[in-house]
Design a protein around this ligand. Structure first.
Ligand code: B16
Ligand code: MG
Length: 217
């Protein structure tokens, strides 16, 4: 089946917001009195905000009431937004704009499929919003990756079959979500970690669309 659409995860694929998530989560851990390492932060990639807080508290061996957790997640998000608002288009990952422009010229549809509730804010801030036909984010899904809901919603809104889409993902849970929804999937990052993907690339720098269109054949 011919490829008709491309669905992009946001954090780790289009922009690197993981470093800002880390700074905001680390501040919270410091305030709660434990150390939260960059290695620990790897466990939060692609994971929802609520689940991220649970992992963080697990790392610190801290147990809290639900209402306190809610307040802490909101506070973390305020700190995170303060970083996000200072982002510039220079922070778009290498090759992404050229790749999106090539997709548009070739008549492919594009969407974002992200767990983040801040996806629109981030895309607006780095001036990328107009490059996507649809944005499906954490505000519109009830089931987190590896459930395919976010990508299925994107395909439905784009009006294409899942086998006609390629999902680009940097997180293992996201790759599983794409596989669970019968999408083609390209991993962005390390070949060994993302070995379930059909193809893995380090990023979009010097990558042409033709490299992926053969996945549909
Ligand atoms: P927010 P993605 C994910 O984005 C991040 O990778 C993950 O670390 C974060 O916890 C999640 O978004 C929720 O983000 O707090 O902004 O709603 O990789 O799915 O684009
Ligand atoms: Mg990601």
């Amino acid at each position: 089946m011919d490829i008709k659409a491309l669905i992009f995860d946001l954090d780790g694929v289009v922009v690197d917001t993981a470093k800002y998530h880390y700074l905001a989560w680390k501040k919270l851990a410091d305030e709660l009195g434990f150390f939260f390492s960059e290695k620990d932060n790897e466990r939060l990639k692609g994971v929802s905000r609520v689940r991220s807080l649970e992992i963080l508290l697990e790392v610190g061996g801290v147990q809290l009431e639900e209402d306190v957790k809610k307040k802490l997640a909101a506070k973390k998000n305020e700190d995170y937004l303060a970083y996000i608002k200072k982002m510039t288009p220079d922070e778009i990952l290498p090759g992404v704009i050229n790749f999106l422009e090539e997709a548009r010229i070739r008549g492919l549809k594009t969407a974002i499929g992200s767990a983040s509730k801040n996806a629109v804010t981030i895309l607006e801030t780095v001036q990328l919003l107009d490059y996507f036909d649809e944005i499906i984010d954490g505000n519109e899904v009830s089931k987190a990756k590896p459930d395919p809901e976010v990508f299925l919603n994107a395909a439905r809104k784009l009006g294409v079959k899942t086998q006609e889409c390629i999902v680009f993902e940097d997180a293992e849970a996201g790759i599983e979500a794409a596989i669970n929804g019968a999408f083609h999937v390209v991993g962005i990052g390390d070949k060994n970690t993302l070995n379930k993907a059909e193809m893995v690339i380090p990023g979009f720098a010097e990558v042409s669309l033709d490299t992926f269109l053969k996945l549909g054949k």
